[in-house]
Design a binder for this molecule. Structure first.
Ligand code: ZN
Length: 241
């Protein structure tokens, strides 16, 4: 197997464009998308159609569901809520239909992989997997060797050794016999680990690597300003948080 794994694009077409360019040079057999095509960013229609054209598997995230009126936005902070209402207005019927067709969890049986936006334990509750305790708990809720997820916009790789011990890997990790893995692919369109560059994961039989790609942040910010999207969402892109 050899896949590019993308998550949390959030309607940022400049970031998505640079990531897809980077992916094209890497000879992958498919691009897997883990959800949140829209929300926060200025180009929801362009993001949904580019993902539809380039990905072999597409999941929906909580922002995609919220933009369709299918997830509660009461738990969203005020700026996220404002962006979702703007997104719901901006999305075409065709792209709404495309988002509606996306599941929130899917297994790729031949590669022993589970894909989910939030957590394998409770995919519909949109919890975050952030701590060792969360990882420990979630390893008990999927049977595959590898679980790929997003949602927190914090890239990481957690390995569970055959004895049950957990190891965290930062940038890359070579797969070991008998170990299982949870990989957070980070965020293409709104990274939150204090690195403003787009993030995605490259996965093959040997291991997994988190890749960073620079994009024109100022161009996305200009479009957000023009669309009247909330200022804190514009600022956070240059900070990577
Ligand atoms: Zn997200």
């Amino acid at each position: 197997m050899r896949y590019a794994v993308l998550s949390d694009v959030h309607a940022n077409i400049e970031a998505l464009g640079e990531v897809l360019k980077d992916v094209h040079g890497r000879n992958v057999e498919g691009v897997l998308f883990l959800g949140d095509a829209v929300g926060y960013g200025p180009d929801p229609n362009e993001a949904v159609s580019a993902l539809g054209k380039n990905c072999s598997v597409l999941l929906a995230g909580n922002h995609d569901r919220a933009a369709l009126g299918l997830a509660d936005i009461e738990s969203f902070n005020p700026v996220a809520k404002a962006a979702i209402l703007w997104t719901a207005e901006a999305l075409s019927e065709e792209n709404k239909l495309a988002l509606k067709r996306m599941p929130i969890m899917e297994a790729v049986k031949k590669d022993d992989i589970l894909l989910v936006h939030s957590t394998p334990k409770s995919p519909e509750e949109w919890h975050y997997l952030l701590t060792f305790a969360d990882a420990e708990d979630n390893f008990g809720h999927f049977i595959q060797r590898i679980c790929l997820l997003g949602h927190s916009h914090m890239p990481f790789i957690v390995e569970r050794l055959p004895g049950g011990e957990l190891h965290i890997h930062k940038g890359k990790c070579a797969f070991q016999e008998g170990s299982r893995y949870i990989v957070n692919a980070g965020s293409v369109g709104q990274p939150r680990d204090r690195d403003s560059r787009a993030c995605y994961a490259l996965l093959d039989d040997e291991g997994v690597e988190l890749i960073r790609v620079a994009y024109r942040v100022a161009e996305t910010q200009r479009k957000m300003k023009k669309a009247g999207l909330p200022e804190p969402l514009i600022e956070r892109l240059s900070l990577g948080m």
